[in-house]
Design a binder for this molecule. Sequence first.
Ligand code: NDP
Ligand code: MG
Length: 391
Amino acid sequence: NKMKRIAILGSTGSIGTQALEVVSAHPDMFQVEVLSAHANADLLIEQAKMYKPNAVVLTHQPSFEKVKSALSSSPIKVFFGQEALCDVVQWETVDIVLGAIVGFAGLHSTFAAVSAGKHVALANKETLVVAGDLVMQRAAERRSLLVPVDSEHSALFQCLVGEHPDSVDKVILTASGGPFRGKKPNFLVNVKASHAMQHPNWTMGAKITIDSATLMNKGLEMIEAKWLFGLKNEQIDVVVHPQSAVHSFVQFNDGSLKAQLGIPDMKLPIQYAMAFPKRIPNAFKRYDFKQFNTLTFEEPDYKTFRNLALARDAMFKGGNMPCVLNAANEITVQAFLQNRVDFLEMSDIIEKTMQKVDFVERPAMEDYERSDAEARRYAEEFVKQSPLATH
Ligand code: NDP
Ligand code: MG
């Protein structure tokens, strides 16, 4: 029946480009209405020519100018900035919004899409980490359908279809353990960004790849799960599962466990979130029991991978603390990628930033903005004090 018109925010990223592959594979189902990028003008121009959206948005001024002149002879509208992003997602011609911007930068456009009652396929986990209470409340008020793209949350979502909320005992997020699983601080102190960028099972954007190496990614996902599924902190567990075949578990009050399995390919949860409540056939590789014949599970090492413990603390503290954790993490990840702090210092800086920023118990959107900005300032200061940053 009817074609779904989609706005892909962050179309030049790892998730964004894979979402476009899904669109290409199902031209009878999806039509691109809007694309957005930050600075990658060349790729955005290429995508615009290929998918012929109604509009594109850029958030980096020089890239905006470049795209505008490159598309000047086409009917495609070219807009600049955060406000334009929040505006286009509310258009009547947009049925689905895929939120695939990385970091706090994705918060306002996601919130705008939810406010307009759109079907939102959400990859941008930081949005829920920062302001999950406000986003979920708004989604309920405006009857926005929010379907997670994050593979673990997609798994939980799939396990929960048809279940009564009171039947859930807990959720168990699986973690691959990242490239440094089993390593100790004496090893980690020397690892460089280039080592951390080598993830065993997934290829992803730079930020989430570092987050997977520090296990912050799993910490962010605990908080993401809390808001998405309305859980208590005590109902969220993590288990390390290096094969990344089981994408997560739900345990019910009768002791029964449900899991969702599949090959590690993000196009699977992306297409699920875009097509829900339908599933659509695809030509992806099928699960091979010879390749995935042994599935193993172990406890996460909270002592070594302190970012995971810090995220869990922030979740229990609540209020603006997850927002502060997220901001400090975004700063330290950038600094680590630029070789301005070492692997272990990232946790020190996040911890110190969480101690510095004043606690706000029931933040409004403005409080989250203020906490984010404040945490970034403190974290930047701490980065500058690193022995690596000073030469
Ligand atoms: P990438 O870094 O690959 O892509 C990020 C996208 O966001 C790019 O299109 C980029 O534009 C855009 N962008 C960056 N900064 C800004 C900004 N300030 N304002 C507006 N747009 C911006 O990230 P991923 O695709 O890996 O991740 C996207 C989100 O999905 C993250 O929240 C991540 O946690 C989540 N996710 C990703 C998974 C994966 O497999 N990659 C798995 C599960 C979740 P440009 O290219 O022009 O700079
Ligand atoms: Mg994930």
